[in-house]
Design a protein around this ligand. Structure first.
Ligand SMILES: *Cc1c(COP(=O)(O)O)cnc(C)c1O
Length: 360
């Protein structure tokens, strides 16, 4: 079977060397030495000062909202994974959806201001597929209206924007290191901050608010991660450049093989070094997309409807807000198989099946 993704696994022996060390030490979690080493190496690799390795890419969104003391309405994108909005709901805030730009598939900054009310306190936007939001426009709006900015940069590991890591923007950025992402720690995530004054708070929020063994500063949560997860990160990190290189080749193959008279895909910013995280293609209609999915399934090729559904259409959203662009794209977009080791012959076969089923 060819799935939309296949987790990169490093040499087993390299991982087991860390496991043996952890075993000998008998120290498995709670800010251990392997985790501290991973944080140091990630800061170095990303060129950021403050980074907290946490349990996953969802709890870091919740901690980010908590740390910035955000309440009320949060302007956000309907075109993301449900974790983005669920984190808002779990923090007792209200997602206010602003439609996306039809070219980048990111939140459309031209529509943000009209959605701002006195209840608005923040913007939580996703760098969709690792393609940067209009960071400058969002910053201007945020400054003008005194709003906090959080970026869900779950897709953006390894992307640089104008020479800086795409994880270093906003008041806080978050990342996911889930097994399906470009860089993974099995499960995991990170908070990346530009605020020295938040350093202590973020550390405390991640670990129950513990101040020493017997006192608590405030109600923190368990956002920690283990030595075993950190070890997977340390073993995978040196492979990131080769992972991105291999993904770039798959990307280029699809680019040259697919029928662009009929299909289209988001425009990737010219100001970035990209990580080739996903290969989304938009079909002329949902009906044609279903036809293609079925033809691929028969050949045991499983793409993913990503993102689907448009988050503003979920029944449990407190406020129903129409987002026609996001709703239209989400029903006819598929992410195609993209991973290290996907053979050219399979890419050719997948592209052939797709091109052969584009007419009804
Ligand atoms: C993967 C992902 C998350 C959640 O990350 P987990 O580590 O699975 O919790 C959040 N937002 C986006 C956009 C994602 O793709």
């Amino acid at each position: 079977m060819i799935n939309v993704t296949k987790t990169f696994l490093p040499d087993q022996e390299e991982y087991l060397r860390y496991v043996r060390e952890i075993w000998d030490r008998g120290y498995l979690t709670n800010n251990g030495p392997v985790l501290q080493q991973l944080e140091a190496e990630l800061k170095e690799y990303l060129g950021v000062d403050y980074l907290y390795f946490c349990g996953n890419g969802t709890i870091v969104l919740q901690i980010a909202i908590k740390a910035l003391e955000i309440t009320g309405d949060i302007i956000t994108t309907p075109f993301s994974y449900c974790a983005t909005t669920n984190a808002i709901l779990w923090e007792n805030c209200t997602p206010v959806f602003v439609d996306i730009d039809p070219k980048s598939f990111n939140i459309n900054p031209a529509l943000i201001e009209e959605a701002i009310t006195p209840a608005t306190t923040a913007i939580l936007a996703t760098h969709v597929y690792g393609n940067p939001c209009d960071i400058e426009a969002i910053e201007i709006i945020a400054k003008k209206h005194d709003l906090k900015v959080i970026y869900d940069a779950a897709h953006a590991f390894g992307v640089t924007y104008k020479g800086k890591s795409l994880l270093s923007f906003g008041d806080l950025s978050t990342c996911s290191f889930h097994s399906t992402k470009v860089f993974h720690t099995i499960e995991g995530g990170a908070l990346i901050s530009n605020h020295p004054e938040l350093d202590r708070k973020l550390g405390l929020l991640r670990a129950f608010g513990h101040k020493g063994d017997e006192s608590y500063e405030f109600a923190g949560i368990n956002g920690k991660n283990s030595e075993f997860h950190a070890a997977m990160g340390l073993v995978n990190l040196p492979h990131v450049p080769e992972i991105i290189r291999a993904r770039k080749e798959v990307f280029a193959a699809y680019d040259s093989l697919l029928d662009w008279n009929i299909l289209y895909k988001p425009e990737i910013s010219k100001d970035i070094e990209y990580n080739y995280a996903y290969y989304p293609v938009v079909f002329p209609s949902e009906e044609i997309m279903f036809k293609v999915m079925e033809a691929l399934r028969i050949e045991d090729v499983i793409p993913r409807r990503y993102f689907y559904p448009s988050l503003n259409t979920l029944s449990f959203m407190p406020r129903q807000i129409a987002c026609p662009v996001s709703e239209d794209i989400s029903v006819r977009v598929l992410s195609l198989p993209l991973y290290v080791g996907l053979p050219y012959s399979d890419i050719e076969r997948i592209a052939g099946i797709i091109n052969g089923h584009l007419l009804l």
